[in-house]
Design a protein around this ligand. Structure first.
Ligand SMILES: Cc1cc2nc3c(=O)[nH]c(=O)nc-3n(C[C@H](O)[C@H](O)[C@H](O)COP(=O)(O)OP(=O)(O)OC[C@H]3O[C@@H](n4cnc5c(N)ncnc54)[C@H](O)[C@@H]3O)c2cc1C
Length: 390
């Protein structure tokens, strides 16, 4: 391995192999290539250039803030393609409660990938599509990055080395799209004859929205979802959420039922191999942070290479600095996911109590903070509680 130094002191590698062309892999490639212009940086992605799973993803205002601060160029590239809104709507017992001031922005996953692909290829990253890596032995980079998602080949090739803890949340979910336009990020809760159902829905393009349907095991069994194929599931969910969809169809894209994985690795580095993004931790979609974590991980890795003189120290520093920050977000996502696993019980609450319980679910929100950010909701909630107790 030849390692040399530039005049400004940034460590230079000859070759970096990156597994996976999702947000973590593409963004790492882009940042490393910018810092190490002479390095050969190769991203291998098993899917074609224009394919992906799912539909749109959301970023909280906070999550966009990190990108704006750390990498204004990428932020400014992505921001014009985002749909934004200031409020969350909760539909429960036929009433809509507005949680004001909780801002989010959304972008199509494919659009995000294509923007990152373009930037990476503009700076000279080699992007190889349609290539599923089946063995790490084929990779000879000074640094090998496992940005290969939840089913990571790198992690699975040596789970002990990475100290993985793996489980799954109990609810079932399916990720659809729809041409129905929603004005805010909306959570619709519906009681059916077979049990409670929930949909998370928000637009990510002017005429396209994400629509994630979720239910517990009893509801899943009661509806016989296990017996339905993807299209039959979409038709059944259209009926359940007819009020929200108002006649628009659900669109499928690998929209099979799944249970959200709960993954955490205690070790992120093994030799010259490092895991990033969903390969090393998962964060339930209810706090919209998986993509943010993947991209922040890339920023932290690039920074570690900027601030350290050799590969081993850079990787150790990356793990030491980034792990506790990611852990806080993953813990909040796990707490939020547990709230969803029990949303049927919560649905016994009246709409405003339900909304309050919902907004406090991750354990990271404090009432005083909520009064500041959601003044209208808190005024409504306080008036309602005062009415009950007086
Ligand atoms: C229903 C749902 C909704 C979500 N909503 C949000 C949201 O609103 N906001 C948010 O921030 N996050 C959301 N997420 C999470 C987000 O999608 C992930 O956290 C994010 O994609 C992680 O990025 P990544 O690059 O680490 O992994 P991935 O996006 O999974 O990318 C990994 C890539 O590696 C490729 N790959 C895997 N193995 C190989 C191999 N052997 N050879 C070559 N290529 C390989 C895969 O094809 C894939 O392209 C959601 C997830 C789900 C399931």
């Amino acid at each position: 391995m030849t390692i040399k130094f530039l005049e400004d002191g940034i460590l230079q590698l000859d070759k970096v192999d990156i597994l996976g062309g999702g947000p973590a892999g593409l963004y790492t490639a882009l940042l490393l290539k910018t810092d190490m212009p002479d390095a050969r940086i190769v991203v291998r992605e098993q899917n074609p250039k224009d394919a992906t799973f799912g539909f749109g993803v959301v970023f909280s205002d906070q999550a966009l803030g990190f990108l704006q601060a750390d990498d204004p160029q990428t932020h400014d590239l992505i921001a014009p393609h985002m749909e934004r809104w200031r409020n969350i709507s909760l539909v429960h017992k036929g009433e809509t409660v507005t949680l004001d001031g909780i801002g989010f922005a959304a972008i199509g996953r494919l659009q995000l990938l294509q923007l990152l692909q373009k930037r990476a290829s503009d700076v000279g990253v080699e992007l190889v599509f349609d290539q599923a890596v089946s063995s790490l032995d084929a990779l000879d980079g000074d640094l090998i990055v496992g940005a290969d998602g939840f089913n990571s080949l790198m992690r699975n090739s040596d789970p002990q080395a990475f100290g993985q803890t793996l489980g799954a949340f109990s609810n079932h979910f399916a990720w659809f799209g729809t041409t129905k336009r929603f004005e805010t990020l909306t959570q619709t809760f519906v009681k059916t004859a077979h049990g409670p159902m929930n949909a998370h829905h928000y637009r990510y393009e002017p005429g396209m929205s994400t629509f994630i349907v979720e239910c517990d095991q009893a509801s899943f069994d009661g509806h016989g979802f296990g017996e339905l194929n993807e299209e039959q599931t979409a038709r059944a969910c259209e009926e359940i959420f007819a009020d929200a969809l108002q006649g628009e169809a659900l669109i499928t894209n690998h929209s099979m039922w799944r249970q959200f994985p709960k993954l955490w690795c205690e070790k992120w580095v093994a030799g010259n191999r490092v895991l990033l993004g969903d390969a090393v931790h998962t964060a339930h979609y209810s706090i919209g942070s998986g993509t943010r974590l993947a991209m922040e991980g890339a920023i932290a890795l690039a920074k570690a290479f900027r601030e350290n003189d050799d590969l081993e120290t850079a990787l150790a520093s990356f793990e030491e600095v980034r792990k506790p920050i990611a852990k806080k977000i993953v813990d909040a996502a796990n707490t939020s996911a547990l709230w969803y696993d029990d949303f049927g019980t919560k649905m016994e609450l009246a709409p405003l109590d339900f909304a309050f319980d919902y907004v406090m679910r991750s354990g990271r929100v404090e009432v005083e903070g909520l009064r500041k950010y959601s003044p209208q909701f808190m005024a409504d909630y306080d008036a309602y509680r005062a009415g009950i107790t007086s």
